[in-house]
Design a protein around this ligand. Structure first.
Ligand code: GLP
Length: 242
């Protein structure tokens, strides 16, 4: 695991974008794994700037989201597909048809999870997966207690995650969906390179557990210690307990 501590969020964004750009330079049709949440936003903005300057093209790339809420209308602005459309797809030159997320509106959610796993496998797996971490150590929506071998499935969000994410729903915890579909920890571990971004004091405990703690389902992010190619990009506040 490579842990890189950088002075500010802009440098973290730049380093995250560089990691992705390197994969695309080697393989223009790379398969990208996208994360939502606030942590990756600077990475997406930096990628957008590189595309605008003509230094990078994602036109041949495909991308898969980590997770999605269950039951949010397709046009709901906080649905993760809508967030990725706004914060990533519109900034770069990727074909929107090549960006896919789990279908949180499917009648048969279990079948949608299986179909999603199959779609990732059919694409040849994810080359570079961007990740954030929850303040309780979750990755994607794999909350504490998630099986470290889990695959894409339906999960119930914890009270803490619903509280954390209420900021995207007008501050109303009740407005945050109670369920989600998420790639499993085992699914995420199959990506060939994991790039985790964490910013701010609120992540310092989760980061300490993920880098230095025991590998345990209590902190699902700690499983990254078992992956052969992980880059952890931190600002100084997120690294303050290391
Ligand atoms: C949500 C997402 C995670 C993300 C986490 C942290 O729970 N499902 O993928 O890592 O939020 O978000 P933020 O980066 O906004 O702190």
């Amino acid at each position: 695991m490579e842990v890189v501590i950088l002075p500010d969020e802009d440098r973290v964004g730049l380093a995250g974008a560089e990691a992705i750009a390197q994969h695309v330079a080697r393989r223009p049709d790379a398969v990208l794994g996208l994360a939502t949440g606030s942590s990756p936003l600077r990475v997406y903005r930096e990628l957008g700037q590189q595309v605008t300057r003509g230094e990078l093209s994602l036109a041949q790339c495909r991308a898969f989201l980590l997770d999605e809420y269950v039951g949010l209308a397709a046009d709901h602005p906080e649905g993760y597909r809508a967030v990725i459309e706004r914060e990533f797809v519109q900034l770069v030159d990727i074909d929107p048809a090549n960006v896919r997320g789990p279908d949180g509106l499917a009648h048969d959610l279990s079948a949608a999870c299986l179909a999603y796993e199959q779609a990732i496998a059919d694409a040849g797996g994810v080359d570079v997966q961007l990740l954030g971490v929850g303040s309780d150590g979750h990755i994607a929506f794999n909350e504490p207690g998630s099986s470290l071998a889990s695959r894409t499935r339906i999960k119930t969000l914890t009270a803490l995650t619903r509280q954390d994410n209420a900021r995207f729903f007008g501050g109303e915890v009740e407005a945050v969906p109670a369920h989600c579909l998420t790639q499993g920890v085992g699914t995420i571990l199959q990506a060939r390179h994991l790039v985790l971004v964490a910013l701010g004091e609120g992540k310092a405990h989760a980061v300490q557990q993920l880098v230095e703690g025991p590998v345990s389902a209590v902190c699902p992010a700690s499983v990254l210690q078992l992956h052969p190619h992980v880059t952890v990009l931190l600002d100084e506040a997120a690294a303050s307990r290391l």
